[in-house]
Structures are given as C-alpha cells and as structure tokens.
Design a protein around this ligand. Structure first.
Ligand SMILES: C[S@@+](CC[C@H](N)C(=O)[O-])C[C@H]1O[C@@H](n2cnc3c(N)ncnc32)[C@H](O)[C@@H]1O
Length: 232
C-alpha cells in the first residue's frame, strides 16, 4: 500500500501532485490501467491508478513545474503533437485530454513503431508517420483545426515549422506550445540570442508570445513558449 498522498494540481486540469511545494511530484491518471509507457512508476491511491510524470523526460512536465500562468489543458481538447517520438509525453497528454484527440506526428520510423505499440490501446492518439516540415502532407489525417499544437522537434528552423503548422491547423483562438532547443538551431550562438531570434520570427508573423518559460533546470538549453494566434 503506497504512503504517497495524491491531490489535484491547483491550476492545471487532470494533473495531480504529491509532496511539498518545493519537491512536487507530478502524475496523470492512467487511462490504460496497469500499463506503463516508459518505465514510469504506477501508484494506486484511493482506488485510482496514477502514472508518475518525469520532468527530466518530458518538457511539458518541466513546464508545469515552472508554474506558468496560462491554463493549459481541458478534458476534450484537440491537439496536434509534432515530434511525438516513442510516446513519453504524448501518453501523459492522452491521460489529461482523455475525451479529446491527439494527432502525433513523428518522422523517425523506429520511434513511430514504438509509438504505435505504446499507444495501441489509447483511442485518443492517432500516430502519423510524417515530416513536420511539410504540414500539407498530413492534411488527409487531420479532420478539423485543433485547439493546441505542441511542438518538440529538436530541429533547425523550429519557429518556421511551428508557423507553417499553425497556419494549416491551429484554430484562431488556439494555443501553440513550443519547446525550443537552442543547440538544435545554432550550437555556437549564445542560447539567449537563439531564443530571441525564434521569438522574433513568431512575433513578426503576428503571433503573441504569452509566456516564455526557462526549463534549463530539467532540460539543458531549452525554453518553452506559450503562444496565441490572435490578439488577446
Ligand atoms: C526531443 S524528441 C521528442 C520527445 C517527445 N516530445 C517526448 O517528450 O516524449 C524529438 C523528436 O522529434 C522528431 N523529429 C525531429 N524532426 C522532425 C520532423 N521534421 N518531423 C517529425 N518529427 C521530427 C525526432 O525524430 C524525435 O523523435
């Protein structure tokens, strides 16, 4: 019997926490009971199974621990996830957005095979083998515009890729969350200069950067931007 006491996160829907404020642990309710995705801890509390969410393996978990002001989730969002890899973070989003839908785009075949295995029982994940640089190529799989685009592709031209996908798929009142890895864009320029340049590209295209959150504590050389399309 676990001694861990799990409670609702005070701010983000369907995210759960344990422990004191300075050492919070994060959890999501396991949509597929008994199944782990990446070796995470499963914890039963008051008859409900939770999966521990590791901020060193997931930049959205790191973002949440940095406590952004924006309300990030609700039960039934539609989401386009660019850079789904083998399924670590997307599986937690699938727990959170349990009545919504997540299109998971990944271009590496090996990761895609693992993603398909890891998400086969999760009916709200649609894995798509495609290159996020060419959003027109997956239009046939995505039936409506989405509420949320999350991008974590570790590529050069991260802002441009996000912009293209927003143009195709993001609702006018939708939100973009983008993890920017400075080393993937330019390994010589100082991180701060790379971040400033990526922000400038997004703003020049008319997007509003609502929050810029440094997650260096959990992922070296990364920030996460929370971005809205229209004026707020
Ligand atoms: C940092 S990993 C993503 C980790 C994942 N978001 C998670 O937290 O579970 C980056 C992923 O983006 C994928 N990727 C990179 N460029 C891509 C592109 N142009 N289109 C689709 N996937 C891409 C890589 O293959 C890799 O799996």
């Amino acid at each position: 019997m676990s001694k861990i006491e799990i409670r609702n996160h005070p701010k983000y829907s369907n995210v759960f926490i344990s422990g004191p404020q300075e050492r919070l642990r994060l959890y999501t309710k396991n949509l597929i009971e008994g199944k782990r995705v990446y070796g995470e801890k499963l914890i039963s509390y008051k008859g409900i199974e939770y999966r521990e969410w590791d901020p060193y393996r997931s930049k959205i978990a790191a973002l949440i621990l940095e406590n952004p002001l924006t309300n990030l989730f609700s039960d039934n969002l539609s989401c386009l996830y660019l850079g789904a890899s083998s399924g670590t973070t997307i599986s937690h989003l699938s727990d959170i957005i349990h009545s919504g839908i997540i299109y998971g785009v990944e271009f590496a075949e090996r990761s895609m095979r693992q993603l398909i295995q890891n998400s086969s029982k999760r009916q709200n994940i649609i894995p798509i083998l495609a290159d996020a640089r060419f959003p027109e190529n997956y239009a046939k799989y995505i039936f409506t515009s989405v509420d949320l685009i999350y991008q974590d592709v570790a590529q050069p031209r991260q802002a441009e890729i996000a912009l293209e996908n927003c143009k195709y798929y993001l609702k006018d009142d939708g939100m973009l969350i983008i993890a920017i890895k400075s080393q993937s864009i330019d390994s010589i320029k100082k991180s701060e200069r790379v971040y400033a340049e990526e922000k400038r590209i997004l703003e020049k295209a008319g997007l509003n950067i609502v929050e810029s959150v440094n997650i260096h504590k959990y992922a070296a050389n990364h920030i996460v931007l929370i971005v809205k399309k229209g004026t707020i």
